[in-house]
Write a protein that binds this ligand. Structure first.
Ligand SMILES: [Zn+2]
Length: 76
């Protein structure tokens, strides 16, 4: 019986991991080629390197800097 309980627990964990993967997934739809922040076309080289890029080089840099600051400050 214990084995079955452990197996069920493991399946729950795997399901949780799958849900997390879905929630945290980066992007599955290829980029439109237009920056979502400034509406300028994303550099073709950038799209070639990452077909899912949603922001142009400048905006991505800016967003990354903001994300870093937010992470450093932490929640709250
Ligand atoms: Zn941009």
């Amino acid at each position: 019986m214990d084995d079955i309980d452990l197996a069920a627990e493991r399946i729950d964990m795997l399901n949780a991991a799958a849900i997390q993967a879905v929630l945290g997934k980066v992007e599955t739809v290829p980029s439109s080629g237009i920056c979502r922040a400034c509406n300028e076309p994303i550099e073709p080289d950038r799209l070639k390197a990452n077909p899912y890029a949603k922001h142009c080089h400048d905006c991505a840099d800016e967003l990354e800097a903001l994300a870093k600051m937010a992470r450093r400050r932490g929640p709250g």
